[in-house]
Design a protein around this ligand. Structure first.
Ligand code: AMP
Length: 167
């Protein structure tokens, strides 16, 4: 006689999300771990927000004090590969001069030019990276936006199908 409900062991064996050796389970666990570490970093940053013009890790990259895989540079914008990629292509684009732009929420009218340059550079880099089938540009802002580095940056993500809504 078969029971309407499976035993936990059988349910686990039949569920690729729960089976510890399945590729989906491994990917799911990696995804969840990455998501929570990103969120933890954002919460830690929010718990002790830096003063508006204090240097961040991105200043060290701009000043070449730490290495980065730079993929694009002009007089105003620097683009480099994210150290913890969330897609086959994951590039950060930042203004070389922060000018108070710790995040998009701090933008003022004087920033319109650099904001446009960042977006246009994202398009150039997407083309350079061969993202003909599309891409996504993300700006995380503040604690609710899971921002962890307080120097405005665009995430350029591509090379896989993106989902909506985002996490
Ligand atoms: P956000 O959470 O929107 O503030 O994004 C900050 C991003 O910076 C994260 O995706 C990090 O992986 C990335 N990041 C942090 N440090 C570095 C680094 N040294 N080089 C490249 N990317 C970095």
């Amino acid at each position: 006689m078969s029971s309407a409900r499976e035993s936990p062991d059988k349910a686990t064996a039949n569920n690729p999300l729960k089976h510890p050796n399945s590729r989906i389970a491994v990917l799911t666990s990696h995804f969840t771990a990455t998501m929570s570490s990103e969120k933890d970093a954002a919460l830690a940053a929010a718990a002790a927000p830096p003063p508006a013009d204090s240097p961040t890790i991105f200043d060290k990259i701009i000043n070449k004090e730490i290495p980065a895989k730079v993929v694009y540079e002009d007089d105003k914008v620097l683009a480099f590969r994210d150290i913890s990629p969330q897609a086959p292509t994951h590039i950060l684009l930042i203004p070389k001069i922060k000018d108070g732009l710790t995040g998009l929420s701090q933008a003022e009218e004087r920033h319109c030019e650099i904001l446009g340059q960042l977006l246009y550079a994202a398009k150039l880099v997407a083309k350079q990276e061969g993202l003909e089938d599309g891409f996504r540009v993300v700006i995380n802002d503040g604690p609710d936006g899971s921002q962890s580095v307080y120097h405005l940056h665009l995430h350029l993500l591509g090379g896989r199908q993106m989902n909506w809504p985002p996490g």
